[in-house]
Design a binder for this molecule. Sequence first.
Ligand code: SF4
Length: 658
Amino acid sequence: MAVESLFPRLEPLLPAVQKPIQYVGGELNSTVKEWDSTQVRWALMYPDAYEVGLPNQGVQILYEVLNERDWILAERTYSVWPDMEKVMRDNAIPQFTVDGHRPVGAFDLLGVSFATELGYTNLLTALDLAGIPLEACERTDEHPIVLAGGHSAFNPEPIADFLDAAVLGDGEEVVLAISEVVREWKAEGSPGGRDELLFRLAVSGGVYVPKFYDVDYLPDGRIKRVAPNRSGVPSHVVKHTLMDLDKWPYPKQPLVPLAETVHERFSVEIFRGCTRGCRFCQAGMITRPVRERNISTIGEMVQNGVEASGFEEVGLLSLSSADHSEIGEVAKGLADRYEGSNVSLSLPSTRVDAFNVTLANELSRNGRRSGLTFAPEGGSERLRKVINKMVSEDDLIRTVATAYANGWRQVKLYFMCGLPTETDEDVLAIADLAQRVIATGREVSGRNDIRCTVSIGGFVPKPHTPFQWAAQESWENVDSRLSKLRSAIRSDRKYGKAIGLRYHDGQPSVVEGLLSRGDRRVGRVIRSVWADGGRFDGWSEHFSYDRWVKACEEALAGEPVDLDWYTTRERGETEVLPWDHLDAGLDREWLWEDWQDSLDEVEVEDCRWTPCFDCGVCPQMGTEIQVGPTGQKMLPIVGVSQTRQAELVAPAGSRDSG
Ligand code: SF4
């Protein structure tokens, strides 16, 4: 039966809310299909506001991959602002998709992509507004299967009670496989109901269904074991890895936002994975190995995407874009192609040691020379060894000297505070480094108007990294170190004014730490925070640390665990971690050794350019590092006006077709 659009009921209410345009849909390249002509229907959610959610690549890719199949329908939904939530509750309007304005509760699947754990309370708001019971065990055959993906799905235990399933790793192939299972089950008349469908998904490989796993605890609160409670269900669920990125050149039809969003550009992922081995970086660890797109695919994706969207900025995306083995040719090829046009290029992240002036010049050929960003992450040489950042102070100074000497005036440096083994001195070293950067800049440029902005984030130990065993620093220590650093920079008469400092206080990191390394008992805390009004925890104006502290005290009362137990406690080698049954491919022993190496300040090279370090991923997942050179070229794709000109000059059929 067709599902009606809620828009006629929604539209008259929109003037009452902030930024109503975010709920309207109809973006260029969005899709609305006939409900009845499709067999499997997905609602895809990014659990944050439209302005953050719309540009998300993961959702855009899956939206397109699914909608390309004529038997699948996929629509998008985002978190609604608290003012809209109130309007919806007052008028009994359920959570809806922005494409067809259909109620989320009517879909077969609700797929939620979590880039950060701070979106968990927003999941509960959406479920509640959709009329879907918060706890998976209370859902019936009438409700969608609620499924999580994204980086946080590598430890979905804190939200296990609210999920029917989770998927680890690259989504392109697995969403189609899941759709097939659903299609088949529906075609058979939905035998065995919801339970049977979840069982089929769980045994299909690579879909984690928490209710088929029991968790037992030791008297001291640690986990004793996690084991399947249903025969046929795998003891470990493995991540998905897409090996041939060139076969999946998505997004082909990027969505163009109607309202203002955090990024207004067309992004092309030039490679996936990173093997630099930074020990704090969950993204690097869980997306191994490196898989590059070749230069001609990148060229075609950029051309198609720019044409399909009209975006004037192209971002070359990855965890460390300058590391692409053919980045020089990619940048030059694109800069040549778009010379004199409005299209500009950007690399969102540049490593200190991968920066070179030629590349930077290519990228800024069509645009302004905006600031350059580097991420040394740790202030002192010692700390950078602990985190395996492999960047020396001299490297950094050499790099910024080159940048300032070549006309850049502004450099931004990213650091973290609260890293394992960190002391006040390590953080104060950031001030010394920034001062040296300014001094060098003034010297090489002969000018006084150069600037350096220091941006500092709080470190959170993450699952599937060597720091998964580490104690998280208390927010009091983080805040105290940051305030010492601020005084050191402010009191410096010579350079202080040229150094900008940006940081957040340490409390949100503690909550992120709880949600990152938590187990199923943390679900009660999340529910209690949500019931107490917790929404948009990733937004400082909505975040309340006191609310989380209170919820932990209440929801964990009587348990041998509390907020500190989950965050500032160091774990032992043999402790069963809540995500040990979820397999990112990394050998647990390798991660432990790397943690020990970190404490010994021993660095490990990038396996892209050196022999394998046996992290376990490639043999276990049947994958391999894929880097160039590919021997491919970026073909100059001829624009329409140039084609016409060529036709005027040469008779048809006499031109080369390349
Ligand atoms: S298995 Fe070896 S080559 Fe593969 S990602 Fe790990 S260290 Fe690198």
